[in-house]
Design a protein around this ligand. Structure first.
Ligand code: FAD
Length: 408
């Protein structure tokens, strides 16, 4: 039998491959990736790795030998171009065909490109891959040496982490955010304001409500960012962090149900019983019929395991509380739950001291908790949310109240 093929050798693909073996699958497993490297960790690309505090070896997620020992065949530098579902065969970019009995799509996501004139000038760079991070690091070093400013477009997690890293390295940094506050779709207003102060206190020039009109370039590539008010911010490097688009083209071409991502159920199943999908490329159908897109290590890991189980004929729904983290300067943000729809907030701890948590409520139901340098609150929040237990906003905001007691 041809065996199981996994398209995409990232977080979700590796998890799926290992979960298949752990689940007792004895057929062949092929892990295909279009990048030149074997599986590596993406989160450090905007953090420790970009800061030069981590070497290439530490970035490796699984060494190829380790995969080989588990009987997982890793093939890198190879793009899957087409899925023929009737023949259960993949068309590869090298002209060969690869049959499958089961297929895992774990193709990730692609950064949204700047839809403006000059958006493709040299030195206007996205951040998704190791190659992207190397290009940014190289240009950042030149900017620091020549005292050229760096402009970050987009005050989301990636943009803010790059800004923090660039400041740490001594670069001049401006962050442009189109919305009136940072991370407006995920953070409570108090926390957006707190992050704005944090970045300003570290010397970032932060511009909110900033509308970019275009990129100016000369023979060396990007030279500035033009705003809609006509002003131009000089720049030797522009990092674009304005979100990602799910890589669902292969699936769409093959006629699988897609809606801003490959539509999967809680067990990672697509509309074809022989094909499952996991990670950033998916949109998960929830019980109420809505679609949830998550871009996180946890989501890729858990969906990877669920997708493997589904191919082995088992239900392993992933419905647990979502969590995420972000490192900026010496502050670790840890988020649990989804705050969409929150209408009330309580702060626990000391915002000025930089160690606290923000509890999001809808009515009296706890939706999510964002903790800054408060790992204990975060772990407890995951337990509260998993158990469906809500403190009152008053209890959440009172450090003398034992929230853990609610779980007993
Ligand atoms: P990916 O890791 O993107 O892997 C998909 C792979 O498939 C890629 O290598 C891609 O090139 C390949 N591929 C695509 N199409 C094809 C094809 N047709 N043929 C062959 N190969 C193909 N998450 C957190 O939880 N916390 C963080 O702090 C955090 N920080 C991040 C910082 C950065 C800079 C970035 C970029 C991401 C960060 N994330 C973070 C998000 C997290 O890394 C992703 O959610 C996770 O990597 C998704 O895993 P994945 O396997 O779905 O996709």
């Amino acid at each position: 039998a041809p065996g199981i093929v996994i398209v995409g050798a990232g977080q979700a693909g590796v998890q799926a491959a290992e979960a298949l073996r752990a689940g007792g699958y004895e057929g062949s497993i092929t892990l295909l990736g279009d990048e030149p490297h074997g599986p590596y960790h993406r989160p450090p690309l905007s953090k420790a790795w970009l800061a030069g505090e981590m070497d290439a070896a530490q970035l490796v997620m699984r060494a190829p030998e380790m995969l080989a020992r588990k009987g997982i065949e890793l093939r890198t530098g190879l793009t899957v171009q087409r899925i023929d579902r009737d023949a259960k065969t993949l068309q590869l970019a090298d002209g060969s065909a690869l049959p499958y009995t089961g297929l895992v799509l774990a193709t990730g996501a692609t950064p949204r490109a700047l839809p403006l004139t000059g958006g493709h000038a040299a030195g206007v760079l996205p951040l998704r891959s190791r190659a992207d991070a190397s290009a940014i690091a190289e240009r950042m070093a030149v900017c620091i040496e020549q005292d050229l400013p760096i402009v970050v477009i987009g005050g989301g997690f990636i943009g803010l982490e790059v800004a923090a890293t660039a400041r740490k390295k001594g670069a001049r940094v401006t962050v442009l955010e189109a919305a009136p506050r940072l991370l407006g779709r995920v953070l409570a207003p108090v926390l957006s304001d707190w992050y704005a102060s944090l970045h300003r206190s570290h010397g970032v020039q932060l511009m909110l409500n900033a509308q970019v009109a275009g990129i100016e370039a000369d023979a060396n590539g990007v030279s500035g960012v033009k705003l809609t008010d006509g002003s131009v911010l000089p720049a030797g490097l522009v990092v674009v962090g304005i979100g990602v688009v799910a890589n669902d083209q292969l699936a769409r071409d093959a006629g699988l149900a897609c809606d801003r991502g490959i539509v999967v159920d809680a067990c990672g199943r697509t509309s074809d019983p022989a094909i499952v999908a996991a990670g950033d490329c998916t949109a998960r159908r929830l019980a109420d019929g809505s679609l949830l897109r998550l871009e996180s290590v946890q989501n890729a890991t858990e969906q990877g395991k669920s997708a493997a189980a589904a191919l082995l004929g088992q239900d392993r729904p992933f419905n647990a509380t979502p969590w995420f983290w972000s490192d900026q300067y010496d502050r670790k943000l840890q988020m649990a739950g989804l705050s969409t729809g929150a209408d009330a907030w309580a702060v626990r701890g000391d915002m000025a001291g930089g160690s606290f948590s923000v509890y999001h409520f809808q009515g009296d139901r706890l939706l999510a908790v964002d903790s800054v340098n408060a790992a204990k609150d975060h772990l407890q929040a995951r337990k509260l949310l998993d158990a469906g237990v809500s403190p009152t906003p008053w209890q959440a905001g009172d450090v003398s109240f034992d929230l853990g007691g609610l779980l007993k």
